[in-house]
Write a protein of this length. Structure first.
Length: 317
């Protein structure tokens, strides 16, 4: 019995690790793509491609249609993780280094936990709020320090806005997953958001000629196929297999990986300030997420289809 349980645990960690690995390249390839492609095209176009894949997946599996009320809630999910986060990060990374973006976005797990607490009306202890607040302050302080102490720049505000958008989208998506299923929730959010994203993509293509080298197109393809869809499939599968508390903690390794890729792939220097800021934000996020998990208590037994819902509200993209 123990060996079987250990096997399931390892499978959950492997799938979850694949999801985190996939997401860790997002800021890297966004930085590469927006160097030659319009950030509006990158942010919206990737969602259009992902929506096409999601539509096929929903059709093949004959997933049930969401109700009118669920569609309205899917609009919140889409506004956060399909529209808000991709577009805001795309515009921010036209100027900000990928390593800088990775550190600011590192506060996302704690921000998602806060959004989930507010959405589900939980009452975690004071330690949760202290850790979350310190994490936010450290992230802002890092952003200000990175600009030479001259205050928050537009790119920093865009990155912080991306964090808020994603946190709200993930929290609502976590609750909605209990009804639709996790990968189905992100798929329906993509499909229902596609008319807006198609319009933005066409507007961008008409406004700015679409021309780039293979590296930029390869990065765009990765963002569309992996970051917006396949990464979610692996991540949600890992959460579903569980144990959720352990798998969700893997998300905290994402900014560390992103910093490493920024140095290896883009050649960005890893300064002491960047490393220290990243570790401080990650530590605060880890404390906040851990305290929330403990205060939530042991979960009730549920089916494999819906077990990832609770963990989703404790984690981030």
């Amino acid at each position: 019995m123990q060996s079987a349980s250990g096997y399931v645990s390892r499978r959950g960690l492997v799938w979850g690790g694949l999801g985190v690995l996939a997401f860790s390249f997002t800021v890297i390839f966004t930085r590469v793509a927006v160097a030659q492609l319009d950030p509006l095209f990158v942010g919206a176009g990737r969602a259009v491609v992902a929506a096409a894949i999601a539509g096929v997946a929903l059709a093949v599996t004959r997933s049930r249609m969401p109700s009118g009320q669920q569609a309205a809630r899917l609009a919140i999910v889409g506004g956060g993780v399909v529209l808000g986060f991709p577009l805001l990060t795309s515009f921010a990374l036209t100027a900000a280094p990928a390593s800088h973006g990775a550190v600011v976005i590192a506060v996302l797990p704690a921000a998602t936990a806060v959004a989930a607490v507010l959405r589900t009306r939980e009452r975690p202890g004071r330690g949760f709020w202290i850790a979350a607040a310190i994490g936010a302050v450290v992230a802002v302080a890092f952003a200000v320090g990175g600009s030479g102490g001259a205050g928050l720049h537009a790119t920093d505000l865009l990155l912080l806005g991306a964090v808020v958008a994603a946190a709200v989208g993930y929290a609502e998506g976590g609750v909605l997953s209990r009804e639709l299923g996790a990968w189905q929730t992100i798929s329906w959010a993509l499909v229902l958001s596609s008319p807006v994203m198609i319009g933005l993509t066409l507007f961008s293509a008409i406004r700015t000629p679409v021309s780039a080298d293979p590296a930029a197109w390869g990065s765009f393809t990765y963002l569309a196929v992996v970051s917006m869809f396949l990464g979610f499939v692996a991540w949600y599968r890992g959460l579903a297999i569980g144990p959720m508390a352990r798998v969700s903690q893997l998300q905290l390794a994402q900014p560390v990986l992103s910093l490493g890729w920024a140095a290896l792939v883009l050649g960005e220097p890893l300064t002491l300030g960047t490393v220290a800021g990243g570790l401080a934000v990650i530590a605060c996020a880890a404390i906040a997420v851990t305290i929330r998990q403990r205060s939530a208590g042991p979960p009730a037994p549920v089916s494999l289809e819906t077990t990832d819902a609770a963990a989703l509200t404790r984690s981030s993209r």
